[in-house]
Design a binder for this molecule. Structure first.
Ligand code: ADP
Ligand code: MG
Length: 220
């Protein structure tokens, strides 16, 4: 089953002499439960592609279906709900909220939605990510790797249809980057998550089920 179906996708920025064809005719399906790596040189459209799948940007042309929903049919308000419930985002920076504890940070996407956590799932997730004894700590008290693990838990807590990760290990040193990459792979396997991950690292791409290459806004 496909979680994402993209047809004839184009995304242009600017106009005239400043026109940038960030994505220029993309056909892509992403299967449920798999880890797809998106690679390509800087400026090839990786972040733009992720942003469009996540409903952050609107395509210039083409259709994007995520979890059976045509994103173009959603109002601004429905898109906000879509992003909150259907997608888990992981960025290069962790973007944790400094005033909130680890537990509050992880549960934040649910709090935004006025929904209650599945406590057993929360316990299993934080246990798996070795955060159980850090739940009442604040982000500044954690190492970079621990902060990453909090961000991973926060991306999974809503049991989203898919997780979108943009260079999730980019801010870490080699060793921590490897650890987090392996952990991300195991976490998505254990919790049956679909992950689309942009990466610069060949090594990271190797652990993916599938590698998608972008160049100048096209798949190659
Ligand atoms: P990547 O993530 O592969 O480095 P991006 O998707 O960020 O590439 O960018 C693809 C192209 O689109 C680049 O040429 C970039 O400058 C351009 N671009 C991205 N976002 C914007 C924007 N908001 N306004 C104008 N140009 C943009
Ligand atoms: Mg990018």
């Amino acid at each position: 089953m496909d979680i994402v179906t993209i047809c004839g996708l184009k995304k242009y920025f600017g106009a005239g002499s400043r026109l940038v064809k960030a994505l220029d005719g993309i056909e892509l399906s992403i299967e449920k439960g798999r880890l797809t790596a998106v690679i390509g040189p800087s400026g090839s459209g990786k972040t733009t592609l992720l942003g469009i799948i996540g409903g952050l940007y609107e395509p210039t042309e083409g259709s994007v279906i995520v979890g059976g929903v045509h994103l173009s049919t959603l109002s601004e308000e429905q898109l906000t709900v879509f992003r909150r419930r259907k997608v888990g985002f992981l960025f290069q920076e962790c973007r944790l909220i400094p005033e909130l504890t680890v537990e509050e940070n992880i549960l934040f996407p649910l709090a935004l939605d006025d929904s209650f956590p599945d406590r057993a799932f929360f316990a299993g997730l934080t246990d798996f990510l070795e955060l159980s004894d850090r739940l009442d700590w604040y982000p500044r008290m954690l190492s970079g790797g621990q902060q990453k693990r909090v961000a991973i838990a926060r991306a999974l807590i809503t049991k989203p249809a898919l997780i979108l990760a943009d260079e999730p290990t980019g801010s870490l040193d080699l060793k921590n980057g490897r650890n987090i990459a392996g952990l991300l792979r195991r976490t998505t396997d254990v919790f049956h998550q679909t992950l689309v991950m942009v990466t610069h690292s060949r090594e990271l791409a190797q652990m993916a089920d599938r590698v998608v290459r972008l160049r100048d806004g096209r798949l190659i």
